[in-house]
Design a protein around this ligand. Structure first.
Ligand SMILES: [Zn+2]
Ligand SMILES: [Zn+2]
Length: 253
């Protein structure tokens, strides 16, 4: 299985529009972060987790020609805004794109992209098929996906485990029952927004503390804001099994 980080930034991305901080002005490519998304290529399927506002650019940059399904974590704009751009896959793959998400996310997608769900559709609108995800494992063409239910302040969000890879974003609480589901994964990705306390995201310390409890072979941080500092500095201060992710990073799992 091959993993590619398509985006590792928080909702505003890095650099932030008009910001002149040292991170936003950094010329290190590892400090340029599109909105969070990851590409998972198994022997059978190509999955993308979340399709935010940078979806088009991310698909172009990673040259993603096949797309079997999009797994959505939650309905916030930075995770779904790019769904209109599945039109390219409708056209080239000649099929509807399968989108897996919680029921509450279906309602948001149907309202944000209402034109794709009308009875009489305007020609050329995105063709999306919504599939409901509950907190039970499900299978897509031979690959088992295990949802991990986490809390993003009061909102229930799904992380996903595929094989030995677990991806969790936009969390600030994970129950012990859900942690059990990811404990044996070799690679765990988790969100770490910044250093200062935040109402709906893990801080750096909270993410590190949680990962120290879980002790995976390797862990990566994502959904990073410009307030977390330069990649080079961050990398040095983390325990050796935790790395800050960056756009374009690929892993084999
Ligand atoms: Zn987000
Ligand atoms: Zn969110």
């Amino acid at each position: 299985m091959k993993i590619t980080f398509l985006g590792t930034g928080t909702s505003q991305g890095v650099p932030v529009i008009a910001c002149k901080c040292n991170v936003c002005l950094s010329d290190n490519p590892k400090d340029k972060r599109l909105r969070s998304s990851v590409l998972v290529e198994t022997d059978r399927n190509t999955f993308v987790i979340d399709a935010g506002p940078d979806f088009r650019q991310q698909m172009l940059r990673a040259q993603v020609e096949n797309l079997d399904a999009i797994l959505v974590t939650h309905g916030h704009k930075d995770h779904i805004a790019g769904l209109d751009d599945v039109r390219a896959y409708n056209y080239f793959l000649k099929k509807t794109v399968d989108v897996y998400a919680r029921k509450d996310v279906h309602e948001i997608v149907k309202s944000d992209f209402f034109y794709a769900f009308e009875d009489e559709k305007y020609p050329g609108v995105p063709e999306i098929k919504l599939h409901e995800v509950n907190n039970v494992p499900f299978t897509i063409s031979g690959d088992t996906i295990i949802p991990i239910e986490v809390l993003h302040y009061r909102l229930n969000v799904f992380g996903y485990r595929i094989g030995d890879f677990a991806y969790i974003t936009d969390a600030n609480y994970i129950s012990d029952t859900e942690i059990e589901k990811i404990k044996s994964a070799r690679i765990i990705v988790i969100n770490a927004l910044r250093r200062k306390k935040h109402i709906s995201h893990f801080t750096l310390d909270e993410a590190v503390e949680l990962l120290k409890r879980i002790q995976p072979e390797q862990a990566y941080l994502t959904h990073i804001s410009h307030q977390l500092g330069l990649w080079n500095d961050l990398e040095k201060e983390l325990p050796s099994f935790i790395k800050p992710a960056y756009d374009g990073l690929t892993l084999h799992c």
